[in-house]
Design a protein around this ligand. Sequence first.
Ligand SMILES: C[S@@+](CC[C@H](N)C(=O)[O-])C[C@H]1O[C@@H](n2cnc3c(N)ncnc32)[C@H](O)[C@@H]1O
Length: 284
Amino acid sequence: MAEAVKAAGRQFAEAGLEAPERSAQILICGLLDIGLTELVLDAGNALDVETQSRVASAVARAVNGEPVHRILGRREFYGLELQLNEETLEPRPDTEILVDAALPHVTAIAARQGGCDILDLGTGTGAIALAILSHVKQARALGVDISEKAVLAATQNARRHGLGERFRATTGDWFDNISDRFDVIVSNPPYIRRSDIDGLSDAVRRHDPVRALDGGQDGLDAYRIIARETDKHLRQGGRIVLETGFDQHDAVIALFDKHGLECLERRRDLGGRDRVLAFARKAL
Ligand SMILES: C[S@@+](CC[C@H](N)C(=O)[O-])C[C@H]1O[C@@H](n2cnc3c(N)ncnc32)[C@H](O)[C@@H]1O
């Protein structure tokens, strides 16, 4: 096994992939359905012929630029393994910061009221909502996505993690099919400027769905809609927590300010760049 990981790591390094050793470990552990500990313990074991051929074809796909989690069809987010499909974004570690920022609000509201209703706009795999539900037992969430396949993935991910009774997902264009109010709204909307999409890495441009990336001409289309509609869907004392692009904090704060929402918190991502904003209604 160790040999297979080393060989894959060498091929990834030659192909110029990021973190070649780590990617080789993730890919081979994922294909064999084992953890890192088993990889170390069973390092001397040889792979059977069938497994060697599965590994070889997965390594070839990765060398060709396909992200390892796409090849495996799943990725871990906030301790939950989530299934992907061609219409879901691969959830990213930076988005865990949004979950970190939302959790204290959800926990406080749930403690005060005995429950907390969350709306996850552009739910994708359900990553944000499911991570929150897995930590706050009294919370419930509705996930909305324009993609039917994303809604299917989110629903299946919820069931797989025993969260199906507290999570529902529906297709829709942001708030179009939503009439209820919520205690907490969360969203990681598409926020890449359209003209920047061609310059993204191959892995992102070729393998993440464009609907998950394209934020319109200035990257802010989704924030404009969310800022305008939030007041109709947020309960008294509610919060809205959003991921943004690294250079969008000031613009997004200005958009929400125009609609009576004040910024409570700004958070940076793992690379020290602006990434998450939390808002509440301004006091009258
Ligand atoms: C950046 S991805 C985020 C996915 C997931 N929440 C996450 O953080 O991993 C944005 C999501 O918004 C969805 N989306 C794009 N336009 C939408 C719209 N008009 N209404 C609802 N969802 C939309 C995409 O399909 C995609 O799943």
